[in-house]
Design a binder for this molecule. Structure first.
Ligand SMILES: N[C@@H](CCC(=O)N[C@@H](CS)C(=O)NCC(=O)O)C(=O)O
Length: 210
């Protein structure tokens, strides 16, 4: 039994996308984040951080999108979307997953929720300051793809490419969206061409950034 607490286009997007890609049945439970459902006691009992996603499998609740994504791939497609534990690429895979989760995603949290770090009155300058840091991150990743792509691990896609595609989508309203870097754009185009991406968009009712 699997359940995913999600909001369309949120960090749950990565988990939902992988569930579809891996052909796994899941009960989808929509969380109305605008109404604050993620802060209600019954949700906090599952995920005390009060954010989406929360993934439940056989009664065990898990939070953190990147950790859930890694777990799903290791459990359900070992050696495919996640390199095997003893494969040489495993270290780079872990590196990129942590880099995206620790270095890139938190910058985007500031872009989307600038009042959290700077107060509502400073939201605009917070965004102005974080945008170049996001752009610098994209430049470094694009440089890596130019040298060693087309995917983060080289020739084959991994969960890290699904993840970077979700993060690129989140920059669509930024002064310089991430898909303006050529190798990131090419990576995103490959990932967006997967039937699972189309199915995800249909299921979440998304229309932009197709
Ligand atoms: N590190 C968490 C962050 C999750 C997160 O920031 N989710 C956002 C949507 S993308 C959310 O729930 N926002 C509502 C809120 O913070 O109240 C993860 O990757 O799972």
């Amino acid at each position: 039994m699997r359940a995913l607490y999600y909001a369309p286009g949120a960090a749950s997007f990565l988990v939902h996308w992988l569930l579809i890609e891996l052909g796994l049945d899941v009960e989808l439970i929509r969380v109305d984040t605008a109404a604050g459902d993620q802060k209600r006691p019954e949700y906090l009992a599952l995920n005390p951080n009060g954010v989406v996603p929360t993934y439940v499998e056989d009664g065990h609740a898990m939070f953190e999108a990147a950790a859930i994504a890694m777990t799903l791939a290791d459990r359900n497609a070992p050696g495919e979307l996640a390199p095997a534990f003893d494969a040489p690429e495993r270290a780079d895979y872990t590196q990129w997953m942590f880099h995206l989760a620790n270095a890139v995603q938190p910058l985007l949290r500031i872009w989307w929720y600038p009042h959290e770090v700077a107060g509502a009155e400073n939201a605009a300058p917070a965004r102005e300051h974080v945008a170049p840091r996001v752009e610098a991150a994209w430049q470094r990743i694009d440089d890596h793809l130019a040298a060693r792509g087309p995917f983060l691990l080289g020739d084959r896609p991994s969960v890290a490419d699904f993840y970077v595609t979700m993060l690129l989508r989140w920059t669509r309203g930024m002064p310089r969206p991430g898909d303006q870097w050529p190798h990131l754009a090419a990576l995103a185009a490959r990932l967006k061409a997967r039937p699972s991406f189309v199915a995800l968009y249909e299921r979440e009712g998304l229309t932009d950034w197709r």
